[in-house]
Design a protein around this ligand. Structure first.
Ligand code: AVJ
Length: 307
């Protein structure tokens, strides 16, 4: 019976003109980023199958404190958070990945209407959804394979939810520059705002963001000794080679993680180690020696700046 609800939902309207104009294709998006100055790529492209696996490895690294710290916070406060969520909620997790931390909440929420993990990496999403469904046999698990930065519709649960709660842990909000973070939070507000005038209570958001700290600690968290983050960063080029027939030479780029105090963020970059050109989707992109591609911004907040 769980199997039945484990069909991934594809966003409807993907074919419509409206959807197309709202969402540029992979080629368009990648090319416009690489033709911009400075060059950039969306961190969304990290998460192919290999990238999702590498990210799970990052979460276990001694230098990467974020996952451990957030897990500790959830362990300590899951009961209190669950009490605030209340019964019969629809729990929607954006960028659910391996759904590891979610279990801490699910353990305290035996009466959820359903759990909706949303992730862009289909195989990763489905594996995690099956594991959750096996571990929580009474829970309806409704995976949605979608890029949560673009419009997608929530699957319908068998039970009518009392409210929608968005779960957005992991400091993923840090990948969005402040104006985009505000836009995304408006989208989340729309997701949790009750549409029915009667019966449904207002929804909520459980969000994890990372705090400013010693730049040395930050730079190490994004440039670990084992080189897993470097591999994760470079994998984006492999992804583009495979999916767009690009000709990136992974040996000719190196990983860099740089704290930028003015913007209160870590910038993940790939630095071209030489003057070179790369073919991608019929275009030729030229790189100077030491020229960066910015692949990710990881914003760090204070409680006040986040509020
Ligand atoms: C998944 C966006 C939270 O910014 O810390 C980890 C991604 N990049 N190491 C982060 C990431 C490099 C991570 N987020």
């Amino acid at each position: 019976m769980q199997q039945e609800s484990l069909r991934p939902t594809t966003p409807p309207g993907r074919q419509s003109a409206e959807w197309r104009s709202a969402a540029p294709s992979l080629v368009e998006d990648v090319l416009s980023g690489l033709l911009a100055s400075p060059k950039r790529l969306s961190p969304t492209y990290f998460y192919d199958e290999r990238g999702s696996q590498l990210f799970d490895e990052i979460c276990e690294l001694p230098e990467y404190y974020i996952t451990r710290t957030e897990t500790e916070i959830l362990e300590r406060y899951a009961t209190a958070i669950a009490a605030r969520i209340g019964p019969d909620a629809l729990l929607v997790e954006l960028g659910s990945g391996a759904s590891t931390k979610t279990r801490l909440l699910l353990d305290e929420l035996p009466d959820l209407a359903a759990y909706v993990p949303v992730d862009i990496s289909r195989s990763h999403l489905m594996e995690a959804a099956h594991r959750i469904a096996d571990a929580y046999p009474d829970l309806e698990v409704l995976p949605a394979c979608a890029d949560f930065t673009r419009p997608f519709s929530l699957p319908r649960s068998r039970r009518i939810p009392s409210r929608v709660i968005v779960f957005f842990p992991g400091s993923t909000i840090g990948n969005f520059d402040p104006p985009a973070a505000i836009e995304l939070m408006k989208v989340m507000r729309g997701m949790v705002t009750p549409r029915l005038s009667s019966g449904s209570a207002s929804g909520g958001l459980v969000i994890g963001f990372d705090l400013q700290k010693d730049p040395a600690v930050l730079e190490r968290a994004y440039d670990d000794a084992a080189g897993v983050t470097a591999e994760f960063n470079l994998n984006v080029l492999r992804h583009l080679n495979r999916n767009l027939g690009a000709s990136f030479d992974l040996e000719a780029f190196r990983h860099q993680a740089l704290w930028v105090p003015e913007a209160s963020r870590i910038e993940m970059r790939l630095i071209s180690t030489k003057r070179q050109s790369v073919r991608i989707a019929g275009e030729v992109i030229s790189f100077d020696a030491d020229e960066p591609i910015i692949t990710e911004h990881c914003h760090k907040y204070t409680p006040e700046s986040f509020a």
